[in-house]
Structure formats: structure tokens, C-alpha cells
Design a protein around this ligand. Structure first.
Ligand SMILES: NC(=O)NCCC[C@H](N)C(=O)O
Length: 406
């Protein structure tokens, strides 16, 4: 195993993965904030944690080192100065309504040991937890009915999205929605100050404060030469262009393939509708089969981005790009339209490959799982009654940090 971040494929043997075990942030979900916090339902935390623990256990049983957001961020907060900067950045991006409330939150967080500080920042800080003492402004004087000073981060268990390890570097994403913005702040501190996670010299291909949004569910490392990226509801052309310029200049990757997918919540990210399970096999949501608009980005000899439009069937484009005689697209739900819709809703095409032809999936998507097995894929299933309510599957719930090269 190579040290540090090493991620040159979607399917190489997984060695190390970053997860987040759901916590108190899930209890902050109520029907009133579903839309803003990007949920459709409330997972039952106790069972969701058990399911998540099983996910981690399956990974460990398969010789994968599991690391967690809370621990890795806490390790980064190793001096008073870093802790203070983190809390200031967190407050600045939390939209706290008054100066007095900001000071209260600052003092409250800085009074905690680092691990508790990170857990509290993720869970959200309720007004019932700590009172603003000095109510010197109208905003802090008027009691608003809103329960939080700082919102919870219930989507953090989808660790795929706030960042992406690509090659020997990392993206820290500018998230598309305020609801998820601060998740990437945790990763930024890990990158800056946790050398066990990101050893000195680790490239940064995209940073938190860059202007345009990118989310990790759209980033797929197709091969050691090609990164595929979804132009989606969450990932913008501007973000893709900056990422492409940085990575193509500073790494051994030669090409970025941009998949223009529908801009709707059902298609949220590229990995909601398309994942790689073997050298020549992919899962796919039937609705993106057929001709797809793809753009290719390469670098000219004078270091400028060059764009080209590629037309054609996805299968042909993939086989030609991967230099394979053919590739197979495995439909979520097979040919049964109702199974396809049901299993797509529960992230049936969102597989996490832990080695070539070996994937972790949700056990509830049995039609797609059977189909994958018939195609020669080893399918390891995990319980998913509660986790699936957040609208993401095993790929969304994992950020691979290190894989063996193919
Ligand atoms: N890569 C993914 O598709 N992640 C799933 C994210 C679900 C989350 N509720 C969201 O809307 O961002």
C-alpha cells in the first residue's frame, strides 16, 4: 500500500476510507426543515447507527481501515490558535443572527475538548443549550422561534460529497447548498493540519473558498488517466473547469470527461445514476441510458484547457475511452420498470467497489443485487432501512482515501 492519499481508480482494492457515524445532527431533522436540510424523512438514529456500524464492520472485515470525520478533524485542532481559527470560520459560515450570539457560540465551543467541539459543531447548537447573556442588540433581544444558533449537518454521513481524493491529491469542495457548506470546512482543517490524513505535499486540486460549486458524488476516477465528472444540479461548469485546469497541470491525469446529466434532485449527483463495479462493468439508472452529452477537457501544449464535445452512446464512449472491446451497463432494477423506480429511489445504482468486481450495496435493492451477482460481481449487502432515508447509498456514504493501483 502506498502511503497517504492514493486514488487512481474507482475499483482498486480499497485500503482506507473516511466515514461519518451519524449522531445528534439527525435529531435536528423535522418536517419544517426537510427541504432546506435536503431530507425527505427522518432516519431513526439508533437503528441508523447500527446499520452504519455494520457498514464499517464489513469494510474492516475486508481489510479496509476506517477513519472517521470527528476523530480526524479533532486531530487537526491541535493548538489553541487552530481551534480558534476553526471556530471563527465555523461561525462565519453558520449565519448566526447577532454579534452577541456569535460570541456566546464562540465561548461555548472553545470551552470544550476538541472531539466534543467537533461533535457539537456537527450536531448543531440549540438555543436551549446555552443562553446569550448580553442581549445588547435588537436581534438578540427578540426571541425568535428558530431552535438553533447553528444548524445541524445531517448530510455529513454522505462523506463522498464534501471532498474527493483524486490521484495523490484532494478536493475540498465548495458545496452547492448552505445546508452542506460547513461539512467541507471540517475536511479543509483535516487537509491543513492533520498530517496523518494528508501528509505534507498532498496536492489540493480544489479549495473551499473557490467560487463555483462541486460535490464529490459527481467525481469518478475512471482510470489512472481519466476523471469523469457530472455536470449536475450540484456541480457547475465553472467548478469543473477550475478543477480540470489544476489537476491536468499538476498530475499524471490526462483527461476529464464531463457527463451532462439532468439538473434535478432525482439525479442529484453522477453517482446517483452511474457507478463502476468492475474493469468493464457499470451500474446505471435506465433513464440516463442512450445518447448522453459528454465534453472532454484536455490540456494544450501551452497549458490551456481545450474542450471538445463527444456524442454517442455511453457504452461506446466508455469502451473507447477505457480501451476495452466492450463495456456492460447493468440497469438498476433490471428490465422491470417498477423495480427500477423503487430501487433507484433507494440508491440501487449507488455501489461502493472495494475491489474489482466486489461491491457493497444496500440489501433492500435485491433485484439489482441479484443482477449484479449474475454478472459475476461479488455483492456484500448491508442493512439500510434507516440510512436510505437520506437519499444516498454506500458510495455516497464513503470517501475512499487510499486504493491499490490497478
Ligand atoms: N453522492 C450522493 O448522491 N450523495 C447523497 C447526498 C444526499 C443528501 N441528502 C443531499 O441531498 O445532499
Amino acid at each position: 500500500m502506498k502511503p497517504g492519499i492514493n486514488n487512481y481508480s474507482e475499483i482498486g482494492k480499497l485500503n482506507k476510507v473516511l466515514l461519518h457515524r451519524l449522531g445528534g445532527e439527525i435529531e435536528g431533522l423535522v418536517p419544517d426543515n426537510f427541504e432546506r436540510l435536503l431530507f425527505d424523512d427522518i432516519p431513526y438514529l439508533k437503528i441508523a447507527q447500527q446499520e452504519h456500524d455494520r457498514f464499517a464492520e464489513l469494510l474492516r472485515e475486508n481489510d479496509v481501515e476506517v477513519i472517521y470525520y470527528v476523530d480526524e478533524t479533532a486531530k487537526a485542532l491541535k493548538t489553541d490558535e487552530i481551534r480558534e481559527n476553526f471556530v471563527d470560520d465555523f461561525i462565519a459560515d453558520s449565519g448566526i443572527y447577532s454579534q452577541e450570539a456569535q460570541e456566546t457560540v464562540r465561548e461555548y465551543l472553545l470551552g470544550m475538548p476538541s472531539k466534543k467541539l467537533v461533535e457539537t459543531a456537527i450536531a448543531g447548537i440549540k438555543k436551549s443549550e446555552v443562553e446569550v447573556k448580553n442581549k445588547g442588540s435588537l436581534a438578540s433581544y427578540i426571541a425568535s422561534g428558530y431552535p438553533y444558533y447553528t444548524d445541524p449537518m445531517p448530510n455529513l454521513y454522505f462523506t463522498r460529497d464534501p471532498g474527493a481524493c483524486v490521484g495523490d491529491g484532494l478536493n475540498v469542495h465548495h458545496m452547492s447548498t448552505m445546508a452542506r457548506r460547513r461539512e467541507a470546512l471540517l475536511l479543509r482543517y483535516m487537509y491543513l493540519y492533520n498530517e496523518e490524513f494528508a501528509p505534507k505535499g498532498t496536492h489540493l486540486w480544489y479549495d473551499y473558498n473557490q467560487e463555483f460549486s462541486i460535490e464529490g458524488g459527481d467525481v469518478l476516477v475512471l482510470s489512472k488517466d481519466i476523471v469523469a465528472i457530472g455536470l449536475s444540479q450540484r456541480t457547475t461548469a465553472g467548478g469543473i473547469e477550475r478543477f480540470a485546469e489544476n489537476i491536468l497541470k499538476e498530475s499524471s491525469f490526462k483527461k476529464i470527461l464531463v457527463f451532462d446529466i439532468p439538473k434535478s434532485r432525482a439525479f442529484m449527483h453522477l453517482d446517483t445514476v452511474f457507478t463502476m463495479v468492475d474493469y468493464d462493468k457499470f451500474t446505471i439508472h435506465p433513464e440516463i441510458e442512450g445518447p448522453l452529452q459528454i465534453y472532454e477537457i484536455t490540456l494544450t501544449s501551452d497549458g490551456k484547457a481545450h474542450f471538445e464535445s463527444i456524442q454517442g452512446e455511453l457504452e461506446h464512449i466508455l469502451s473507447s475511452e477505457l480501451k476495452l472491446p466492450s463495456v456492460e451497463l447493468i440497469r438498476c432494477g433490471g428490465d422491470d420498470a417498477m423495480a427500477a423506480q423503487r430501487e433507484q429511489w433507494n440508491d440501487g445504482s449507488n455501489t461502493l467497489a472495494i475491489a474489482p468486481a466486489k461491491v457493497i450495496t444496500y440489501e433492500r435493492n435485491y433485484v439489482t443485487n441479484d443482477l449484479l451477482e449474475k454478472k459475476g460481481i461479488t455483492v456484500i449487502t448491508m442493512p439500510s432501512s434507516e440510512l436510505s432515508r437520506g437519499r444516498g447509498g454506500p458510495r455516497c456514504m464513503s470517501c475512499p482515501v487510499n486504493r491499490d493501483d490497478l
